[in-house]
Design a protein around this ligand. Sequence first.
Ligand code: ADP
Ligand code: ZN
Length: 289
Amino acid sequence: MAHLLGGIEAGGTKFVCAVGDENGNIQKRVKFPTTTPEETMKEVFAFFDQYEVEAIGIGSFGPIDINPESPTYGYVTDTPKLPWKNYNFLGAMKARYDIAYEWTTDVNVAAYGEYKKGAGVGKDNVLYATVGTGIGVGYISHGELYRGRSHPEGGHILMQREAGDDFAGVCPYHGACLEGLAAGPAVERRAGKKGDQLLSTDSVWETEAFYLAQACMTYTLTFSPDVIIFGGGVMKQKQLFPMIRENFLELMHDYVRVPDLDNYIVHVELGDDAGITGSLLAAADVLTK
Ligand code: ADP
Ligand code: ZN
């Protein structure tokens, strides 16, 4: 029997809510901007009030509290999106619908979607990084959503500067971390134009590939994934991929063995659907656990 499941991809810019089946097939979906919890949750409830779903998978922007032992489990915590700071997201959902939930990050559900149905099919360990308004990293370790004490924040790793780069960086916390140097707003600030208005040959992409290759090196050395999948608006610049691979090869000096680079550093296959698909699949899993 097919189950009816719910998914929420709660991004910092927009929310996507969907209902679908245990294979991640989307039957109905809505999208709306992320504003305040009051306004945004009203829309979430208006959507799910129409259906009787058995479980909901939530992938939220963060940082979020995913430690079940913590008194603030289910909360959005230190987000720069102030109306959401210390908001009990999961609690609000549970109060409305007394069903089972998966509660994880937006990037973890995207990683899970890719693991089950996209570029990570057949791999055990899948690292997904989105390069958009920010940079976020999700990880699937041996088929499970990875969780440490909290979730990884692999977008904020420190970078070694490219020679001559004196751009201050745009991360409100660290200035020149990976996100500060290489997320969409950083590209825009460096180049004076939005990323989608730049030529594919613009020199800003060389700088971008230099930093993303360092990120791939760090992820390779710390997580040891089978594949690194990049999504997000900036990665629509497909010319970045060969440039990242080339820089990565140079940086690594053959220190560890990695798969053939064309199959190791790859573009997201489900595109913008990775997150919402993964949230439905994660909801399916909580029913069987
Ligand atoms: P979000 O991170 O908010 O979920 P996106 O992944 O779409 O959303 O990322 C938005 C960022 O990506 C913006 O900084 C935007 O300028 C940049 N971006 C969007 N499309 C492109 C493109 N085709 N090329 C380069 N940058 C892009
Ligand atoms: Zn940072």
